[in-house]
Design a protein around this ligand. Structure first.
Ligand SMILES: Nc1nc2c(ncn2[C@@H]2O[C@H](COP(=O)(O)OP(=O)(O)O)[C@@H](O)[C@H]2O)c(=O)[nH]1
Ligand SMILES: [Mg+2]
Length: 461
């Protein structure tokens, strides 16, 4: 394998910046980086000590010091990629790191593709494909809850589960194939029952549970979009500011203050959520406000969840909220004495006339009352599995699709049980199921999926 190199730390200023090299020859290339050509005739540097942090000078072509820092050497196969790996820890200066990288390229390395280090780790058997995907997930996770899931996958939890299922399948196929050579009347009548029991009890139940977790698992990484909709002045911007914990949107008594769609990122029970605050829905002569309303309607259409908000003190805003996924009455801090002098009974009668749904949440965006219940409702609509029951989730579309394919084959094979004539076909289906699961781990013919998976990685990982 040729030597690949890349800056592994993010661009910009930092205390330390790391350049990574991997491949046969990485060690000698690094020697030439730290040894000036003048003294090579007199004394050659001794090889780097494995896994030892050595203080060195990184030199340019003229033997001048570009920077000084630490050098680490991980000889094959005990490295991230399974090849000889060199790590150069320099100062986190964009200019210096770039110059150092150029120097390394001149000395014979090639610039790494995105994810190429991890790809080599998979090719060299250091990790399974689903763990490589977990490396990317771990870097991209937007919340701690997502990061914890990525860690479970990185530690091989999912891989162990898959291997367990594949072992059961291998056993099933072996069992069936042992029977194929016997004449029909000698196949024990119980065989079909046994096979069904194993399929249902050890495979289908567990796979169904895994597939049920996929909605939330994917949501945890892809995030969701939530839009706040409602008449002007009901308190949409106040709610956005409260939920995001920032003074993001302008709040004012003047209706029509918010015109653009504003976005903030925050999290709901560990789910990454992009929250949209919109212009109030009303007829307006103002061209800019009309455009704002149009954009608000578009946001409502594309959001995963819409919060429709009304002002409990302003009956004219109540009609609008029937359409929302979540319906809230805001400004409850003002409603203690009833609405505009009406007593509570009159208020109830009025709500019936206006068909205000029962599941309306009462909140105060100003004081925060009722906001936890609102977050709870959001999390439910986003398919949250309560943190206590979370366990291992299926977190990627690729994994879910492979599991679905595997399950199809299992079920097709199960339907063939009953007559010994079709036993070989059932075994064929189960071998297919085995391959579908294996593909998640990177077993089999997977070249065609590798490019897509690794192209989404950062460079240097
Ligand atoms: N008392 C009270 N006032 C609120 C509440 N939420 C918003 N307001 C006030 O209502 C007015 C309009 O709020 P704003 O968030 O700009 O409404 P928007 O037009 O829907 O974005 C402002 O004067 C806010 O201070 C609330 O929960 N209680
Ligand atoms: Mg507003």
């Amino acid at each position: 394998m040729d030597v690949i190199a890349a800056i592994a730390t993010p661009p910009g200023r930092g205390g330390i910046g790391i350049i990574r090299l991997s491949g046969t020859g990485a060690h000698d290339l690094a020697l030439r980086l730290v040894q000036s050509s003048d003294d090579s005739s007199e004394r050659t540097l001794s090889p780097f000590r494995p896994r030892y942090a050595q203080w060195v000078s990184f030199l340019d072509a003229d033997g001048r010091q570009l920077d000084s820092g630490l050098l680490l050497y991980f000889p094959a196969p005990h490295s991230y990629t399974g090849e000889d790996v060199i790590e150069l820890q320099a100062h986190g200066s964009r200019i210096l790191l770039q110059a150092l990288l150029e120097r390394v390229l001149v000395l014979g390395a090639r610039l790494a593709e995105p994810g190429e280090f991890t790809r080599r780790a998979v090719q060299n058997g250091k990790m399974h494909l689903e763990q490589a995907e977990a490396v990317a997930a771990c870097i991209d996770a937007a919340t701690l809850r997502a990061a914890r899931q990525a860690q479970l996958h990185l530690q091989g939890e999912f891989g162990r589960q898959l291997n367990g299922w594949m072992d059961v399948l291998t056993g099933l196929v072996a069992h069936v194939e042992a029977c194929l050579d016997f004449p029909e009347e000698e196949i024990p009548a119980l065989l079909f029952d046994e096979l069904r029991a194993t399929l249902d009890g050890e495979l289908l139940q567990a796979m169904n549970a895994a597939l049920r977790s996929a909605n939330f698992g994917e949501r945890l990484f892809q995030g969701a979009c939530v839009a706040i909709i409602g008449a002007p002045n009901v308190g949409k911007s106040t709610l956005l500011n409260r939920l995001s914990g920032r003074d993001r949107a302008i709040v004012s008594k003047q209706p029509g203050t918010t015109r653009d769609v504003l976005e903030v990122d925050f999290e709901v029970h560990g789910i990454p959520v992009r929250l949209l605050d919109t212009a109030g829905m009303r007829d307006s002569d103002d061209r800019i406000e009309q455009e704002g309303v149009r954009r608000a309607q578009a946001a409502a259409r594309t959001a995963d969840v819409t919060i429709f908000m009304a002002d409990i003190c302003d009956v004219s805003t109540w009609n609008d909220i029937a359409d929302g996924d979540i319906r809230v009455m805001n400004k409850c801090d003002l409603s203690g004495s009833g609405l505009m002098g009406l007593d509570l009974m009159e208020l109830d009668l009025m709500k019936q006339d206006l068909a205000v749904p029962d599941d309306v949440l009462r909140i105060s965006a100003s004081t925060g009352d009722g906001v936890d219940a609102l977050l709870q409702r959001m999390a439910e609509l986003l398919g949250e599995i309560p943190a206590g029951d979370e366990g291992l989730l299926v977190t990627s579309r690729r994994h879910r699709q492979q599991l679905e394919r595997a399950r199809e084959h299992l079920i097709s094979g199960r339907a063939l049980l009953g007559s010994s004539e079709h036993l070989d076909l059932a075994a064929f289906e189960w071998r297919q199921a085995w391959s579908c699961l294996g593909e998640i781990l990177g077993i089999g013919d997977i070249e065609h999926i590798l490019d897509r998976i690794f192209s989404e990685f950062c460079i240097g990982k």
